[in-house]
Design a binder for this molecule. Structure first.
Ligand SMILES: Cc1ncc(COP(=O)(O)O)c(C=O)c1O
Length: 371
């Protein structure tokens, strides 16, 4: 695996130099990417690691000749890197197509253990990748879904309703969060990696799953979770993305470097987000969704301009080199609750390469469009 030299807590200029996509110019404007929540840009070291694998080490796994042995080693190194990222051990990290596919896969296996009347708690705030697999079990196996409602006042979950939703038949709480869980699914393209999915699970949980699998595949964690030949270059790219993030920080171990990089990126993200929020909140026709910046939240906001479809806003912004996504983001329940299913949301997310100038450009353009 390509190891990126540690550069301390890197400045945003140093970080930006690693992303060739930032050289793009559209209609005479340097492109500012605010579409990170739907997929961040990819730095050169990640692409280099993937290209190096495909050019020099490409093979299938578990055979006796050098490129196959190298493939095994590179995949194991990627598992170890992703394990550091998720604070897990390498044999608990499985890969797959994307979060959605892995969650359906997990749901199918868990459903085999459950009986009609067992319950799963879901939320109105989640991406439907964390809803549809459980809805499928409701249809196929008589699993009962209980739902944590969204509070439309501030876009957060009504967690006070949660204790009453738990009961003797509760088998799973499925929600977007980051603490103390048994399984966690995500996709590496959300954090500077390629399009590959990651599923972490506690080893004993992975080993207990009744999974659809081929008999000759190793029946041990994590490989028993993986179906068919994997996206080797994607897995190696996911490991390289973690190495890239760690290279932005400092410390004696990769985990420590990740923690220091994240602390700094979090601080920068909060400053950018404050500027975005403060720049827009006074605008009469702009509505910002979700809690204010002092609440625990990510530097991502959904917004609408009264009387304008989200797609029209996104198109107008793109003309100025501001790339933002729009629509329902596969979380249509949220839009339904806000009565915006037709018009959609526009979504702005800050990433490690976002600058204050880019935020100022976005604020100015949104203000101009709303007046
Ligand atoms: C919060 C959240 N959950 C799940 C997903 C699904 O990820 P994927 O499309 O990679 O399966 C996404 C992607 O947009 C997401 O943002």
């Amino acid at each position: 695996m390509t190891v990126v030299a540690s550069i301390g807590v890197a400045s945003v200029e140093t970080i930006r130099a690693r992303f060739p996509a930032l050289d793009r110019v559209h209609r005479g404007h340097p492109v500012a990417y605010f579409d990170g929540p739907g997929g961040t840009q990819v730095p050169a070291p990640v692409v280099d690691a993937m290209a190096d694998y495909l050019y020099h080490h490409n093979a299938n796994t578990h055979w006796a000749y050098p490129s196959s042995v190298e493939t095994d080693r590179l995949i194991e190194e990627a598992r170890a890197a992703v394990a550091d990222f998720l604070n897990a051990s390498a044999d608990e990290i499985a890969f797959g197509l994307n979060m959605t596919t892995l969650t359906f896969h997990l749901g199918r296996a868990l459903g085999r253990e459950w009986t009609a009347g067992d319950e799963v708690i879901v939320t109105e705030l989640d991406h439907h990748a964390n809803l549809a697999p459980w809805q499928a079990l409701a249809r196929e196996r008589g699993i009962v879904l209980r739902t944590v409602p969204l509070r439309t006042e501030d876009g957060t979950l009504d967690l006070s309703s949660l204790p009453a939703l738990f009961g003797p038949r509760t088998r799973l709480l499925a929600l977007g969060a980051a603490a103390g869980c048994d399984f966690l699914a995500c996709s590496a393209y959300k954090f500077y990696g390629p399009h590959v999915g990651i599923l972490w699970g506690r080893r004993e949980r992975i080993e207990a799953l009744d999974l659809p699998r081929l008999i000759p595949v190793p029946d041990t964690a994590p490989e028993r979770l993986e179906t068919g030949t994997q996206n080797h270059e994607g897995i190696i790219g996911a490991g390289a993305a973690v190495e890239f993030l760690a290279s932005l920080g400092s410390g004696a171990t990769r985990r420590a470097r990740l923690a220091s990089a994240y602390a700094e990126l979090h601080r920068r993200g909060r400053d950018l987000f404050n500027a975005l929020w403060d720049g827009l909140r006074g605008e009469r026709r702009i509505r910002l969704y979700g809690p204010p910046p002092d609440a625990p939240r990510t530097p991502t906001v959904s917004l609408t301009i009264e009387g304008t479809r989200a797609e029209a806003v996104a198109r107008a912004l793109a003309e100025r080199g501001l790339f933002l996504s729009h629509g329902d983001f596969y979380a249509p329940t949220v839009l339904e609750r806000y009565g915006r299913l037709e018009e959609g949301f526009v979504r702005a997310g800050c990433a490690c390469y976002t600058t204050g100038d880019e935020v100022a450009r976005l604020v100015e353009e949104l203000r101009r469009l709303s007046r």
